[in-house]
Design a protein around this ligand. Structure first.
Ligand code: PMP
Length: 299
């Protein structure tokens, strides 16, 4: 991994190599941290962070879901992210805000542990570096919203995604696909899912999935391009009958799906609407679509 010079920790900038935690950090033992993945892209007017406020709002939502009060507002966290990019003199980066229960308390209940907030940035290229991906339906189901707070980015939730990713590691498949507890398509381990049929985009409705910010961006872009969007429960058979399919995520961006469980989606090539949306998304993050400048925060 590529490091940068400075990490923001509890309001201060410290050298990358000094950002250490105690072995009794509660989050290390029990997964009690919450995090975000944000991207900063270079544009004609300099670096811009994509949907910064939405990410910081989701961070605070996730933190509140485990009673982890963050002593910074969305505005303050957004300012820290801009300062982090500027001080590290990077133009394009992945930004990882994290809030966690620290040390000072053992036992399941984190009350009494320190509450720490940090933000790190580093250059990070494509998360799924393929033109198209082949998916395998996971033997694990996406965490049930009756078992955890499924729409929060709580670190402990991610064992579900990690197990699914490890299932496809070393196989011919590039990524896993989760069904939910009712057999509906949920999402990927770190991506939301879309299919396209007859000029309409379908995506699983909110409930068991992470409400992806890229999912929302793509919905707004697709509407702008004149497509209809339907959020509904989707079964695998509907995906097999689709003309096109793709994944979305901050790290993954827009990734065309070639097959699911060895069954080609559509013609098995990148579909024209997927290509149009992917191109438009990449133009948008780079500041080349003025109608979506509201998505960008120039640092
Ligand atoms: N689902 C899961 C489980 C994820 O971890 C992510 C990545 N944050 C996504 C979907 C995509 O969300 P976003 O577009 O906000 O990055």
């Amino acid at each position: 991994m590529n490091s940068t010079k400075l990490i923001w920790l509890n309001g201060n900038f410290i050298p990358w190599e000094d950002a250490k935690v105690h072995i009794l950090t509660h989050a290390l033992h029990y997964g009690t941290s919450v995090f975000e993945g944000v991207r900063c892209y270079n544009t004609e007017r300099g670096p811009a962070i994509f949907r910064l406020r939405e990410h910081m709002t989701r961070l605070i939502y996730s933190a509140n879901s485990i009673k982890l009060t963050i002593p910074y507002s969305t505005e303050e966290l957004s300012q820290a992210a801009c300062d982090l990019i500027r001080k590290n003199e990077v133009k394009e980066a992945y930004i990882r805000p994290i809030a966690y229960y620290g040390s000072g308390k053992m036992g399941l209940n984190p009350r009494g542990a320190t509450r720490d907030v940090s933000m790190i940035c580093w250059p990070w290229g494509a998360y799924l570096p393929h033109d198209q991906v082949d998916l395998k339906v996971s033997k694990y189901i996406r965490i049930d919203p009756r078992s955890s707070i499924a729409d929060a980015k709580i670190a402990g939730n991610y064992i579900n995604s990690i197990l699914a990713s490890q299932e496809v590691e070393g196989t011919k498949y590039h990524e896993a696909l989760f069904l939910d507890f009712q057999g509906n398509i949920a999402e990927g381990p770190g991506e939301n899912f879309f299919i396209i049929k007859k000029n309409t985009l379908y995506t699983p409705s909110l409930g068991t999935i992470l409400p992806g910010i890229t999912r929302d961006s793509v919905i707004q872009i697709a509407k702008h391009l004149g497509y209809s969007i339907v959020e509904k429960q989707l079964k695998l058979d509907e995906a097999f009958e689709a003309e096109e399919a793709f994944f979305t995520g901050t790290a993954a961006e827009v990734v065309p799906i070639r097959s699911i469980d060895d069954r080609a989606i559509g013609t098995g090539t990148v579909g024209p609407i997927t290509k149009q949306i992917k191109d438009y998304y990449l133009k948008t993050v780079h500041g080349d679509t003025p109608e979506f400048h509201r998505f960008l925060t120039w640092v």
